[in-house]
Design a protein around this ligand. Structure first.
Ligand code: HEC
Ligand code: HEC
Ligand code: HEC
Ligand code: HEC
Ligand code: HEC
Ligand code: HEC
Ligand code: HEC
Length: 253
């Protein structure tokens, strides 16, 4: 009895190594099983939508659980046209799957014709509409994600508080948590403003905010001198600028 036990515990060094290797393998296998489990759980959390009876798939049902989508200061007219214009829902075998009918700019292009002017703003051309617009509702006109200058400076400014660069995975988190690759973000030319962030472009000391001298009720901002999507002129100069008389003459005699 005693001997037998001794036999067992007096295995050679080589055997011990094997035993250790075995338990490590088992450990690895267990670890992998746990990891796979976690991934499955995570996938369920993000993809399993509450079940909706096929006959109940319509905007009114969606809105009972997602009322926020049609509330707010500026609601996108498409929401009133129906969720199904952008989301496809299908219920089968006790499960409901919801997908977008199209992604990126293609979704928007189902209703909004793309501009064909010679100069297209790169994020517009690339269909990155959701970087600047909320699809449902927003606190700003035209469903943009922020007040004009903040929106434009999220890509064209430096040291913006809501912009976070993740060097590890080479992405940049912009307004509303939208992400852009670091390369795309770097492609956007950074303009030089002074510390206040209100002056210094296009020439030293020039204001980019305040009041527009042509209309005291309007704000002076990036859109006083640039278009947001496209233009016939370089630098996205607004269409009504006479290239000979120039941009400056619009506000200065
Ligand atoms: C019974 C309540 C309920 C109804 C009805 C409902 N939803 Fe949801 N929806 C939820 C909940 C809860 C979540 C969050 C689940 C999650 O984290 O994935 C969600 C998540 C979503 C998402 C994001 C996650 C995903 O699965 O893509 C979309 C898009 C969505 N719902 C659209 C709709 C649309 C469109 C309808 C109408 C056809 C609808 N919902 C009806 C409760 C509901
Ligand atoms: C104009 C197209 C459009 C319409 C109309 C629309 N959605 Fe969406 N919805 C989107 C897009 C695009 C996303 C994905 C946004 C993203 O990537 O962050 C989304 C995401 C969602 C989400 C998940 C993320 C979130 O913002 O909570 C829910 C829930 C949702 N939509 C519900 C609805 C409901 C309910 C309706 C109808 C009342 C509706 N949507 C109508 C385009 C639309
Ligand atoms: C189902 C059709 C439909 C889809 C898809 C759609 N829109 Fe719209 N959108 C409309 C309608 C209708 C209006 C109102 C048109 C008008 O006022 O001239 C509108 C107006 C707008 C406006 C102007 C709002 C205002 O206050 O004048 C913006 C900005 C906009 N859409 C952005 C988007 C973006 C970004 C997408 C893609 C995520 C998108 N739309 C997809 C139908 C749609
Ligand atoms: C760089 C930010 C930005 C991007 C990217 C962008 N928009 Fe806009 N968009 C704006 C701003 C700012 C306005 C309001 C001021 C204006 O009309 O110039 C606007 C206005 C609009 C309007 C209402 C006025 C109009 O032109 O009819 C629609 C519709 C619209 N955007 C759709 C889109 C679609 C579709 C895309 C993607 C293909 C897109 N936008 C990409 C910033 C952006
Ligand atoms: C998603 C990031 C992003 C946002 C937000 C953004 N831009 Fe841009 N913008 C770009 C990129 C990328 C270019 C292309 C730079 C290049 O290749 O020269 C560009 C180019 C420009 C140019 C130069 C165009 C030319 O012909 O040289 C102007 C002017 C401009 N943007 C103005 C704006 C204004 C105004 C806003 C706010 C309505 C804005 N941008 C918001 C990414 C952005
Ligand atoms: C008073 C008019 C005016 C205002 C306001 C203005 N810009 Fe400009 N912007 C210009 C002019 C003029 C140029 C061309 C300068 C040049 O080519 O040297 C320009 C050029 C640019 C360029 C291209 C720079 C390059 O080196 O290619 C970007 C990007 C830009 N502006 C973004 C913005 C943003 C973002 C705002 C708002 C914070 C803004 N602009 C406000 C007049 C203006
Ligand atoms: C949208 C209107 C607008 C446009 C376009 C515009 N400016 Fe201005 N500019 C202003 C305002 C507002 C001020 C500040 C009040 C003032 O000094 O009149 C200003 C101030 C100035 C100043 C004095 C800056 C300082 O340090 O005090 C100069 C110089 C100037 N602008 C040159 C230009 C030039 C050059 C252009 C064309 C590239 C231009 N502006 C286009 C509105 C504009």
């Amino acid at each position: 009895m005693m001997l037998k036990k001794m036999d067992k515990w007096s295995l050679g060094i080589a055997d011990m190594e094997w035993a250790r290797a075995d338990s490590r393998l088992l450990f690895l296998a267990l670890g992998a099983a746990i990891l796979v489990g976690a991934e499955q759980i995570q996938a369920q959390v993000t993809t399993e939508h509450p079940f909706i009876e096929p006959s109940a798939i319509k905007s009114e049902t969606c809105l009972t659980c997602h009322p926020d989508k049609k509330e707010g200061k500026f609601v996108h007219s498409a929401v009133a046209l129906g969720c199904e214009n952008c989301h496809q829902a299908s219920s089968e075998n006790g499960k409901t799957a919801i997908t977008l009918v199209a992604t990126g700019g293609e979704l928007c292009a189902t209703c909004h014709e793309a501009k064909k002017e010679p100069v297209l703003h790169v994020p517009y051309r690339e269909g990155q509409c959701l970087i600047c617009h909320e699809p449902h509702t927003s606190n700003f006109p035209r469903q943009v994600r922020a007040e004009t200058n903040l929106l434009c400076l999220s890509c064209h400014g430096v040291n913006q508080p809501d912009v976070k660069v993740n060097q590890e995975i080479k992405t940049v988190s912009l307004l509303g948590g939208r992400t852009l690759t670091l390369d795309d973000y770097r492609q956007a030319v950074k303009i030089g403003l002074d510390r206040s962030g209100t002056k210094g472009h296009p020439i030293v000391g020039h204001p980019v905010s305040g009041r527009d001298p042509r209309n005291k009720d309007a704000a002076l901002n990036c859109l006083s001198c640039h278009a947001s999507h496209s233009s016939a002129l370089a630098r996205l100069m607004p269409a009504d600028v006479n290239p000979t008389a120039g941009l400056c003459a619009r506000c200065h005699q």
